[in-house]
Design a protein around this ligand. Structure first.
Ligand code: KIV
Length: 274
């Protein structure tokens, strides 16, 4: 059964929602088989897939291409695509056009954007234009230069009140879910309790309605992952071992051995070629 925004609404207070980032067809196909509720084509694409320093460099065209690849693999998961930096900041009209492109060309079923009260009109306009919106508050990586780095947000009462007000604004504007990144666990509990939409945490403790992780982080591929990352399997190490073994076998003429090759009815005949 395909997960939809209704699956998310119904899950609130009943069952935990599971989301993973995905950026390509092959990985998304494996993730989809596990029954995760959503695949997020995050703008973390910029750093984890394309090697940029932060998430500001990724373009709408990049997101469209990767989102369509993930959507082709997602038989059951809801596909949510990040609206990249600059795609919803200039004006509401541009934001709506870009959001609609992510659904029409990128084949996403929802978009995610960072921001609270200030982005109320954008979320409202997108929702009215039939583009479901997932909000994103707390540590918002597109604002890295304003925040002064990747730091835990909402530690002071003033900051925490602002995040709660922003969360209320996004819910009011029509967001169907909210990502809360890198905030103290008790603040996440407070926000999750108040909102009627599901809150998906990342570095926000166990009290949220669901969790999301970047897959390169949880498989031990990312260098120096954040404190909140649990490594579920050392896939990075397994890849290193396999690539090293392959290089070694090629260099020593061990691979490919005969069973990995092809022959013809008369192999000797090729010697007669002039
Ligand atoms: O881009 C991303 O990967 C994200 C997650 C960290 C939620 O926004």
């Amino acid at each position: 059964m395909k997960n939809t925004v209704l699956t998310f609404r119904k899950a609130k207070g009943r069952e935990k929602l599971v989301m993973l980032t995905a950026y390509d067809y092959s990985t998304a196909r494996i993730m989809d088989q596990t029954g995760v509720n959503a695949l997020l084509v995050g703008d973390s694409l910029s750093s984890v897939m394309l090697g940029y320093e932060n998430s500001l460099a990724v373009t709408l065209e990049d997101m469209l291409r990767h989102c369509a690849a993930v959507a082709r693999a997602a038989k059951s998961a809801l596909v949510v695509c990040d609206m990249p930096f600059m795609s919803y900041h200039i004006n509401v009209e541009e934001a709506v056009r870009n959001g609609m492109r992510l659904l029409a060309e990128g084949m996403a079923q929802a978009v995610k954007l960072e921001g609270g009260v200030d982005f109320y009109p954008v979320t409202r306009a997108l929702t009215r234009a039939s583009v479901p919106v997932m909000g994103h508050l707390g540590l918002t990586p597109q604002s890295v230069h304003v925040l002064g780095g990747y730091k835990v947000q909402g530690k002071s009462l003033v900051q925490a009140q602002k995040i709660l007000d922003d969360a209320r604004a996004q819910e009011d504007a029509g967001a169907f879910a909210l990502v809360l990144e890198c905030v103290p666990a008790p603040l996440a509990v407070r926000i999750t309790r108040e909102l009627t939409i599901p809150v998906i945490g990342i570095g926000a403790g166990p009290g949220c309605d669901g969790q999301v992780l970047v897959w390169q982080d949880m498989l031990g591929i990312t260098e120096n992952p954040a404190k909140f990352v649990k490594i579920f399997s050392q896939v990075g190490q397994a890849m290193l071992t396999a690539f090293t073994a392959y290089a070694d076998e090629v260099r020593h003429g061990v691979f490919p051995s005969p069973e990995y090759g092809y022959s013809a009815p008369d192999d000797e005949a090729f010697e007669k070629l002039r």
